[in-house]
Structures are given as C-alpha cells and as structure tokens.
Design a protein around this ligand. Structure first.
Ligand code: HEM
Length: 142
C-alpha cells in the first residue's frame, strides 16, 4: 500500500483548515508580528477586517496543496503576495514559532510537525525579499 500523504496524515481538509484558522488568529494577537513595521501594523489594524477570511482560505489552500491533497494552489506567488509587507527574517521566525505552537496545541505528531515547519521555512527567502534595503519587486513590471 502507498504511504499516506502528509495531507492524509494531518487529517485532511477540515483538520488543516482548523490549524490555519487558529494560527492566523494567533498572529493578530502577537505584537512582535502585528506591530513589527508600519506595513504590518496597517494590515493588522485595518486591512485584516475585510481580508482575514480570504487569507485563511488561501493559506488553507496553500497548505492542503503542498501537503499532497486534491487541491492546487492558484493564489499569487508568495514573493509577490508578501513583498510590500516588508517582512523581516526575524518576523518570519516569529510567525514560524506561532505555527509551531499551533501544531502543538492540535497535538500534531513530531514527524508531521517537522514536515509542515520544514515546508514553511523553505519559503523564508521569498517571503522576506521585500525587507531588504532598497528592494524593488521587478517582477511586478513583467
Ligand atoms: C511560508 C510562509 C508563508 C506562507 C505559506 C504564507 C501564505 C500566504 C498566502 C497563501 C497568502 C495569500 C496570497 C494571495 O494573495 O494570493 C498570504 C498573504 C499574506 N501573508 Fe503570508 N504566508 C507566509 C508567511 C507570512 C509571514 C511571515 C507573514 C508575516 C506576518 C505573513 C503575512 C501575510 C499577510 C498579512 C497576507 C495578506 C496580504 C493581503 O492582504 O493581500 N505571511 N500568505
């Protein structure tokens, strides 16, 4: 029999959506993230009111797709989606720590927790590209 995918081992779409829901709400309550810079502060005090449900949906789709579920992530590339938020590597690491706490709260086993955190960490460079001094998102002009 084929080895179950990470998607299956996490418990499928409802388990993944519950994790993303909890994780996304945690970020709103962490000032090291929500007050890290003016762009993130504006998002967490104004923009989030209309965008949080859609963001949770897109994050769920991203994780469900990456984990091998029957879905394809068709949102924006992560570099473009995060560029203007100027997310520093330190903020990225704080977000990863919140994800780790969420996975603990849901009692996700060590193996699956490591795979989710590893997949997240693999995007550190893309997500933090906009925080480099003088960074310009040339891809926007293609
Ligand atoms: C591997 C790491 C990450 C993944 C997989 C991820 C996933 C996503 C996805 C799928 C979107 C929606 C993209 C779209 O508009 O199509 C998004 C947007 C967003 N992400 Fe992330 N993210 C990551 C890291 C971070 C970090 C470190 C922060 C820091 C707070 C962050 C904050 C946001 C915010 C505020 C938006 C909404 C932007 C908007 O309103 O358009 N993300 N993220």
């Amino acid at each position: 029999m084929a080895e179950p995918t990470l998607y299956e081992r996490l418990g499928g779409i409802f388990a993944i959506a519950a994790v993303v829901d909890n994780f996304s709400d945690r970020l709103l309550g962490n000032p090291k993230i929500s007050e890290a810079n003016p762009e993130l502060h504006a998002w967490h005090t104004v923009s989030y009111t209309g965008r949080l449900p859609g963001l949770k949906w897109l994050r769920t789709l991203w994780l469900a797709s990456l984990a091998g579920g029957p879905f394809a992530y068709t949102g924006r590339e992560l570099r473009d989606a995060h560029f203007d938020l100027k997310i520093s590597p330190a903020v990225f690491d704080e977000v990863a720590a919140e994800l780790s706490r969420t996975l603990d709260e849901f009692r996700v086993p060590e193996r699956e927790k490591g795979e989710v955190l590893g997949a997240f960490a693999g995007w550190r460079g893309e997500v933090t590209a906009g925080s480099e001094p003088g960074a310009v998102n040339w891809r926007r002009w293609r």
